[in-house]
Ligand binder design. Structure first.
Ligand code: FES
Ligand code: MG
Length: 578
């Protein structure tokens, strides 16, 4: 085995210390059964795991951590596993997004405060991946991401069912009488039949692919199902690799370049990825000082077709994606078409072009070739501007209805998602299929935490009449597993006085996605008058984390990070604790 001893390592400020201090650092570690030899200057690798039974998508990560450990030992490093919080999407209220920044802070501080030379980041559920990347980027020690992998395909009555996506479908079926309550209970279990994160191309799978596209996880890593033995093999390989990365001083700041972000934005379009990637990538770019604004997302994806036919935009699921070749096959296809930068260096120490060399696509249904794509170029995420969203809004075209992409209709305004839900099933609700449902006060500061509430189900009376989609406009987010013609992330949000706060019932809303505009057809003088009358909502929080959040969260177009967390704070060894 390579001799890894080096007394100049960061961790040696602890474990190589003389006298009383060194004794304190080493002695307590030895209560775990380590011999004195592990303090000889070998790389100390932290394994940050967000395993939690409260975040079911991450619950199996303890097993993944064991595989990483094996790899670190094999390469001559010292692995030390530590827990981080987990922002589980399904249980956390009011929304896991409220806690992404808290988790990022925790990851950052834990890495810096401890005797680590490198780190492996274990995530799964939606926000856990960006939170880990953001925290690690702000410390800038060698870091590899290992996402926990998707659940096996859901199977219900001989059909594939996708996590999230089928929740919305089943809900509609229940409302329209196509399914009974009992059938729904049964289907719940069929949708989640193994450990792992959502197996639709929701936010978790999207962020796993995005992490791989950025060069932060090993090629192929995003797609292995959580229970596939090759998931553990990948984790072990990541453990081995990070030890070398420490020797090479290959840090996130060398990987997370502007070109790497451009690759990630384009890959997100090619996979039909989640709109949440826009927010998370923007926030991550802010951590490493890369200029990436909303218009980049629109401009960069215009010539990128959707190659991956996965729910919610398509038919298949992550297991199929894995067997079809996974992300390396997609990246090879894009690279061949000149749609990716081949030059950025990745965690392998090799470039994107080198990583994808020889990557094969199996079949043409799940991952389609560039010249016969699943959906043509220009159907990705569109960024809208106009007097209703001066700082931007986004819409996922591949999840929308083509006939609604240009639409003019009267607004029906709800001051909260709850206000809408209270009347959504009312047979006398004053809406028709042309109505634009406006849901406001669901932004970063307003909710708080910018929840995934924007794709509210259609009013029951319209569902029963066979209406399948309507334009909805909201300052919140949408689940990556969701679909519909939904304008999201309207900025500035209503709670800080964005124009969304000024909309009234009956105002004509004009959506023109080809022209990239979202307008309120009300004249400026009238809007100015309404603004005079507008009063900001009272502050609801006097203390605690939620107070901190509402004081410091930035708007959606800035990634909803805390202003004071932008940039990096490095990995200088803090002063001695004894
Ligand atoms: Fe955790 Fe979808 S709910 S990944
Ligand atoms: Mg989600």
């Amino acid at each position: 085995m390579t001799d890894r001893r080096n007394t100049n390592r960061r961790s040696q400020a602890w474990f190589g210390a003389q006298g009383r201090s060194g004794m304190l650092y080493r002695s307590w570690m030895r209560n775990q059964g380590f011999g004195h030899e592990v303090f000889d200057g070998r790389p100390v690798i932290g394994i940050a795991t967000s395993a939690s039974e409260l975040a079911p998508c991450n619950a199996h990560l303890t097993r993944v951590a064991e595989a990483v450990k094996r790899g670190v030992w094999q390469a001559g490093g010292l692995p030390l596993q530590f827990p981080t919080m987990a922002t589980g999407e399904t249980l956390m209220r009011p929304t896991a997004m409220l806690y992404r920044n808290l988790m990022a802070m925790e990851v950052e501080e834990l890495i810096r405060a401890n005797p680590l030379d490198g780190v492996v980041l274990l995530s799964g559920c939606d926000k856990t991946t960006p939170a880990m990347l953001m925290g690690a980027a702000s410390v800038d020690l060698p870091a590899v991401m290992v996402t926990g992998g998707p659940m096996l395909n859901g199977k219900y009555r001989g059909q594939d069912v996708g996590s999230g996506t089928h929740v919305w479908k089943f809900e509609e079926d229940l409302k329209t009488g196509r399914m009974t309550e009992e059938e729904c209970f049964f289907a719940e279990g069929c949708m989640a039949r193994s450990g792992g994160h959502c197996m639709t191309m929701g936010t978790a799978a999207t962020m796993a692919c995005v992490a791989e596209a950025l060069g932060m996880q090993l090629p192929g890593s995003a797609a292995w199902p959580a229970v596939d033995s090759r998931r553990m093999e990948t984790a072990q390989a990541a453990g081995r690799r990070v030890v070398d990365m420490v020797e090479e001083d290959l840090r996130p700041s060398r990987i997370l370049t502007r070109e790497a972000f451009e690759n990630a934005v384009r890959v997100n379009a090619a996979i039909g990825g989640s709109t949440n990637a826009v927010i998370h990538l923007t926030a991550l770019a802010g951590r490493v000082g890369v200029e990436l604004d909303l218009d980049d997302f629109d401009r960069l994806v215009r010539e990128v077709p959707t190659l991956v036919n996965l729910m919610p935009s398509g038919t298949y699921l992550m297991e199929d994606f894995c067997y079809a070749g996974g992300l390396p096959a997609v990246m090879a296809e894009l690279l061949g078409g000149g749609l990716l930068h081949g030059g950025p260096v990745t965690v392998t120490g090799r470039t994107v072009a080198q990583n994808t060399e020889g990557a094969e696509r199996f079949g043409t249904d799940v991952i389609t070739p560039l010249d016969t794509p699943f959906q043509p170029a220009g159907t990705g995420i569109a960024v809208l501007r106009g007097n209703l969203c001066p700082d931007g809004a986004v819409l996922k075209q591949s999840a929308a209805s083509p006939h609604l992409l240009t639409h003019r209709g009267p607004a029906r305004v709800f001051d909260s998602p709850e206000a809408y839900h209270a009347v959504a099933d009312d047979p006398d609700l004053d809406v028709d299929e042309n109505t634009v449902i406006v849901i406001r006060n669901a932004g970063p500061k307003g909710y708080p935490g910018m929840p995934e509430v924007s794709n509210v189900p259609l009013p029951a009376k319209l569902l029963k009449a066979g209406v399948t989609d309507m334009v909805r406009v909201c300052d919140g987010r949408m689940s990556g597993t969701g679909y519909g013609t939904v304008v999201l992330h309207v900025a500035p949000e209503a709670a800080v006085g964005g124009p969304l706060a000024l909309v009234r019932d009956g105002d004509p809303v004009v959506l023109d996605v080809p022209a990239r505009t979202l307008r309120l057809d009300v004249d400026d003088a009238e809007l100015a008058r309404r603004r005079q009358e507008w009063t900001p909502p009272a502050e609801r929080y006097a203390g605690g984390y939620t107070w901190l959040y509402t004081q410091h969260v930035e708007q959606a177009d800035r990634g909803a990070d805390f202003g004071f967390l932008r940039g990096g704070r490095g990995h200088e060894v803090p002063r001695d604790s004894h």
